[in-house]
Design a protein around this ligand. Structure first.
Ligand code: FAD
Ligand code: SF4
Length: 511
């Protein structure tokens, strides 16, 4: 009987995949923990624990269903510590006649598996993960003859193509986008629900990690691990979101607050990115919930949520496969400064940054607006090297897998792609942070002050950024108003801004 080896990567835990519909003693599934994956960047401990725990649970589930499985733990003696080397060894040892794998979502692994298949002397094939709405190159096909990628255009096409929130070819409510109603600040006395957390004892995996010498960072209570590690828990987390958070999701999507760390966000990215749950399941569940609870859940909350998933998430996947590997090298502003040291400790006097970074270190999570308008904004204003910024984002977040991390970081947040993902850099001074958040009242700095003792660093850095990149941004029609404001300022004021920014940049590790 011909024997097939099928590889499942750590972010391919899709139990609904057609592979698993039939059981066959001729097919063996392999999952493996490798140093090549723990070491390509320095990861948050929770990220490594979460991946390994979910992989182990997935393998156990397959074995219980009667599938043949092989699982290589990190410290197994015969673990070659790279996916290709392990696969080659297993094929030889077990005399497999065929090798199959699921298409990776990461360029590096795609290349590695292509190379491996060229070297193997048995037939090989790759198949789709059956997870996304889109094919790898669908966005490229849609936009290949257009000058600028526009997410909104893509999103509307996705709604039409997949018949999501549509009525006879028109948007269900007559309006495509409710973005304008997604910009509320949390009211002062508003009580935010506590996040819904799991509690897994992953101490033994933590011990294995320590024994192996893998370097990780961030905090973890390994005996009470808070993230979902299987499909059932992913569904439970989604249900909690729908029951408790959904009704406020869109309203407070851009809100920032020190009162809670995840506010009304779904925290479903880890489950989706590991494919424990599919975007279609999430979107369908949200629509169903809205249909049954329309008095409580306004359509704008639903549309805002759906847009993130069939819009932004699939859009980023498309950008990644179209623009890699060049995308990973882009540095439009030629930024080259190191990330301030406090990105690794949260030890800064800026209350908004401190809260976002300490939350990230504590939970391996920050919500979108913290990633974009706090840590991302500061790194861009301070001229940090996008390689360093990428490495930080890729390491710290539990949901960070390169296809969705790099497009968001290098593209959306750092504008290092020169405008592929966004039409202008996302930057702000203190006024935005104050408008959308509640950190400023507890800060060492004064959000209203632009220069002088106690002035919020964001204010002068904002102008410094624009002035130093006028050659690159001056002709952007979306920013020209800002340059006109600058030009109208008196020379002394402009000098004070720039001097203040220089001062902060010269002691950026200590602000
Ligand atoms: C600098 C930066 C880095 C980021 N890195 C990652 C990353 O490594 N992995 C990751 O999954 N997301 C990343 N994002 C996108 C977004 O911040 C996260 O998906 C979101 O915070 C995850 O939390 P949530 O599940 O609570 O999201 P919610 O706010 O509840 O949104 C629901 C879902 O929509 C999707 N989504 C929302 N915004 C985006 C987006 N911009 N791109 C892709 N999907 C989106 C996610 O799947 C998310 O789970 C990044 C954003 C920025 C600005
Ligand atoms: S004053 Fe500035 S640094 Fe402080 S919380 Fe407000 S925006 Fe952040």
């Amino acid at each position: 009987m011909a024997k097939t080896l099928r590889l499942i990567l750590g972010d391919q835990l899709n139990s609904q995949h057609s592979w698993f519909q039939e059981k066959s003693s001729a097919v063996t599934y392999v999952l493996m923990e490798c140093r090549s994956e723990t070491d390509y960047t320095k990861h948050h401990t929770q990220k490594v624990l979460g991946f390994f725990a979910a992989m182990r649970a997935f393998e156990q589930g397959l074995a219980e269903q009667g599938h043949q499985t092989i699982y290589l733990k990190l410290n197994d003696e015969n673990n070659e510590q790279s996916i290709a080397a392990n696969v080659s060894r297993l094929i030889k040892e077990h005399q497999f006649d065929r090798f199959e794998y699921l298409l990776p979502d990461e360029w590096r692994l795609d290349q590695a598996l292509n190379e491996l298949c060229k070297k193997l002397s048995i037939p090989t094939s790759a198949c789709d993960t059956e997870h996304f709405y889109t094919e790898r190159l669908e966005l490229k096909e849609m936009f290949h003859d257009r000058k600028q990628l526009v997410m909104e255009y893509f999103y509307r096409n996705m709604r039409k193509k997949h018949d999501v929130l549509m009525d006879n070819g028109e948007p269900l409510t007559g309006q495509w986008n409710y973005d304008a109603s997604n910009r509320k600040k949390l009211p002062k006395d508003w009580k935010v629900e506590k996040p819904f957390l799991f509690s897994h004892d992953l101490s033994s995996i933590e011990d294995e990690l320590k024994a192996s010498g893998v370097e990780t960072f961030g905090k973890v209570a390994a005996s009470a691990f808070i993230w979902p590690i299987n499909r059932a828990e992913s569904i439970e987390l989604l249900q909690h979101f729908l029951d408790v958070c959904f009704r406020y999701f869109g309203d407070f999507q851009d809100a920032m607050s020190q009162r809670e760390w995840s506010l009304y966000h779904a925290r479903i990215s880890f489950s989706m990115n590991l494919k424990m749950i599919s975007p279609k399941e999430v979107v369908d569940a949200a629509i169903e919930h809205w249909r049954a609870n329309q008095e409580e859940v306004d359509f704008s909350q639903l549309e805002g949520f759906v847009r993130q998933i069939i819009g932004w998430r699939e859009f980023m996947r498309g950008v990644y496969w179209w623009k890699m590997p060049d995308f990973a090298e882009m540095n439009f502003f030629e930024h080259n400064q190191p990330l301030p040291k406090w990105y690794w400790t949260g030890d800064t006097k800026m209350a908004c940054m401190r809260h976002a970074i300490q939350g990230s270190l504590d939970h391996a999570y920050a919500h979108h607006i913290q990633r974009l308008m706090l840590t991302g904004n500061f790194a861009l204003l301070a001229g940090c090297d996008p390689d360093e910024v990428d490495a930080w984002y890729l390491g710290i977040y539990i949901d960070a897998i390169e296809w969705v991390e790099i497009t968001n970081t290098r593209g959306m947040s750092q504008y290092a792609d020169g405008g592929i993902v966004g039409t202008k850099p996302y930057v702000s001074g203190a006024s935005y942070v104050h408008k959308m958040g509640d950190h400023c009242s507890n800060c060492h700095y004064d959000h209203k002050k632009k220069t002088g003792e106690g002035a919020c660093p964001l204010n002068s850095l904002y102008w410094h950024f624009h002035v130093r990149h006028r050659d690159k941004l001056g002709n952007n029609p979306r920013i020209s108003m800002m340059y006109r404001t600058w030009d109208k300022m008196d020379a002394e004021k402009r000098k004070a801004y720039l001097d203040q920014a220089e001062e902060y940049l010269s002691k950026v590790d200590y602000i």
